[in-house]
Design a binder for this molecule. Structure first.
Ligand SMILES: Cc1ncc(COP(=O)(O)O)c(C=O)c1O
Length: 406
């Protein structure tokens, strides 16, 4: 039996390196906390990495999703009560922002292998009131975005992609999030890039970008979203300069205070420079876990992805299969007892608040309900070294040994 280790193997890693500290100190030394070179630089690099025109940073993935939905609602004149399709398995925020925008989430069943939305189940949920779909890329893996967008196009729906758990990796050669009307990402603790709090909305549309940027800034007139926006304005031209002065404290739509500071931007810049390293370490760790956990595949469903997609492995999801001689609880208890942190696989429909709103939907979405009841994940991030990986595998082996000896 393996000896319990003293330190926990967590589901995420913060990895603040010397470069990150240097950038943060630089931001502080510049005496500039509001939008400046770091947030701007991070947005620019993030947009380039996803092959899109704009990336707009906000204080969370949820805020980015919310301004995306509300910008589209405003621009396309959606009415309160209009419907938005949301996968039946996702983090609550995807669906919460729909409800908060006075729209109605309509859930779509998931694919049992990838846990992302099942394209074959989308059309049955489309009604004359459907306005958009929110495909979600869970755990580091893109959904079948080409099929989803094909259906969206056929039915004239917009797509707001929740890619909070997946960045930079390609699906059929294109970066995740690069094809939807808007895609949103999170840089919250334990995500792929970590800035503490933070989110980004990406788009190729000038109109969406302006509206989302404005909503992050209280609904401010886009002529003046940051303190540098009047730099270079000709003060000698009194009339035109006054027009600018007038508009720089003008609020043209309902907005929010969702801005970030240069401190998050500095962390983002440092992390994005390390992205290839972060991704390679995660993929290597996940491949090792996958190879060595295959011996338990009779009872454990391990990550699967098609050969035309890459997986960023924000985490390593596992589902206890039907008929296994143990429960998810037994396995989780064993792992947690051995200092291996676990989390459930983003249950949505079983959340107390969702049951209150929609009742018990488990029969309507049996695959999501199965994952919801039997799925969990462990970490496979860049902070987990070979010794820790081998420890995790030993703990799994011991668990199965204890089961077989019963
Ligand atoms: C799928 C998904 N959507 C949205 C979010 C929300 O991101 P944030 O925590 O940055 O608001 C998360 C983050 O945890 C997520 O995993």
């Amino acid at each position: 039996m393996v000896q319990k280790r003293a330190t926990q193997i967590g589901v995420g890693d913060t990895c603040i390196d010397e470069n990150a500290k240097k950038y943060v100190m630089d931001a502080l030394n510049n005496n500039r906390l509001s939008y400046g070179k770091y947030v701007h630089g991070f947005e620019k690099k993030f947009a380039e990495g996803h092959n899109v025109k704009y990336a707009i940073m906000s204080n969370s993935g949820t805020s980015s999703l919310q301004v995306a939905i509300q910008a589209l609602k405003e621009i396309h004149g959606w009415k309160d009560g209009d419907e938005v399709l949301v996968p039946a398995l996702t983090f609550v925020a995807t669906s919460n922002v729909v409800i908060q925008s006075n729209l109605k989430p309509v859930f779509v069943e998931i694919d049992p292998r990838t846990y992302n939305v099942d394209p074959a189940k989308i059309e049955e949920k489309i009604t004359p009131h459907t306005r958009a779909i929110m495909p979600v890329n869970l755990f580091g893996q893109s959904c079948e975005i080409d099929q989803v967008l094909g259906i969206a196009k056929k039915h004239n729906l917009k797509s707001v992609e929740d890619s909070c758990e997946t960045m930079f990796v390609k699906f059929k050669g294109k970066p995740v999030g690069s094809q939807s009307d808007v895609a949103c990402f999170s840089t919250y603790v334990a995500h792929l890039l970590v800035t503490g709090v933070g989110g980004l909305s990406t788009t190729n549309s000038d109109e969406y970008a302006i509206a989302m940027k404005s909503m992050v800034n209280h609904g401010r007139d886009s002529v003046y979203l940051h303190i540098d926006d009047d730099k270079g304005a000709v003060r000698d031209d009194k009339e035109n300069f006054f027009k600018l002065v007038d508009r720089r404290f003008s609020f043209v739509r309902m907005g929010y205070s969702y801005r970030v500071t240069e401190l998050e931007g500095a962390l983002g810049m440092a992390q994005i420079e390390k992205w290839p390293e972060i991704l390679a370490a995660r993929q290597k760790n996940a491949a090792y876990l996958l190879k060595n956990l295959k011996q338990f595949e009779e009872h454990l469903q391990l990550p699967w992805w098609p050969d035309y997609a890459e997986h960023a492995f924000m985490m390593f999801p596992i589902v206890v299969k039907k008929g296994a001689p143990f429960s998810r609880k037994d396995l989780i208890m064993y792992l947690e007892d051995h200092n291996i942190e676990t989390r459930y696989m983003v249950p949505l429909l079983s959340q107390p608040y969702y049951i209150k709103l929609f009742g018990d939907l488990s029969k309507e979405y049996p695959i999501a309900a199965h994952v919801d009841e039997n799925g969990f994940y462990i970490g496979c991030h860049q902070g987990i070294d070979q010794e820790a990986l081998d420890y995790v595998l030993e703990v799994f082996k011991d668990f199965f040994k204890t089961r077989n000896s019963k």
